[in-house]
Design a protein around this ligand. Structure first.
Ligand SMILES: [Zn+2]
Length: 201
């Protein structure tokens, strides 16, 4: 899932004993993102300053701390699982290969876009990616462990990038139009992060 907006590092704020990195970015709203390593980033609009960010972070510190605990718990759960074996990986690929072409063609038609090539590989930090220049889509083999709505959501997400390259409101409006269940799918994916990649592709 790509991001291509440039950002400027503004500084950091300490909230509940952890550090929040604040970035200025071409966005309309403040947006908190908790990464799988537990680091917390806040994106602020181009006009905002670090002193605008501080009261906001303090106001939401309990929520941020709670979300961060959930992310770290999910990470520990994922780390405790062994990486998939070669046999497991082969069966994941077979399961996905039997479903991806149908999903791709359905949403390619609906969106009026074309994925030129797609491939499956184990990835640690992303469920999918899309090269908007070449039209090539990569899907995480770990999607085979989750309900099919997650695969469908990632396929639609990556195809939507062929229409809207960034994660702007226009992008999410397109997601809502094409696959309204994407929010539920995202919850499932966030609660079940990918296992460690085995290095096979
Ligand atoms: Zn994306």
């Amino acid at each position: 899932m790509r991001k291509n907006r440039t950002e400027t590092y503004l500084g950091s704020c300490t909230v509940c004993n952890f550090c929040v990195l604040v970035f200025r970015k071409d966005v309309k709203r403040y947006n908190v993102r908790i990464r799988s390593d537990g680091s917390v980033r806040l994106s602020v609009p181009l006009t905002a300053t670090l002193s605008d960010a501080k009261p906001l972070l303090l106001q939401h510190q309990r929520w941020i701390a709670k979300k961060r605990r959930q992310v770290l718990l999910a990470r520990d759960k994922a780390a405790a699982q062994p990486a998939p074996s070669q046999a497991e990986l082969a069966s994941q690929k077979a399961w996905l290969s039997s479903r991806v072409p149908t999903l791709l063609s359905r949403y390619e038609d609906a969106l009026g876009v074309q994925c030129t090539r797609w491939r499956l590989r184990p990835m640690v930090s992303r469920w999918g990616s899309c090269n908007v220049r070449t039209g090539r889509i990569t899907l995480n083999t770990e999607l085979a462990r989750l309900p099919i709505c997650c695969l469908e959501s990632v396929v639609v997400h990556e195809l939507c990038h062929l229409r809207v390259a960034n994660h702007s409101p226009a992008f999410y409006a397109l997601m809502d139009e094409q696959f309204p269940a994407w929010r539920q799918a995202r919850k499932i994916m966030n609660a079940n992060p990918p296992k460690r990649a085995s290095g096979l592709s």
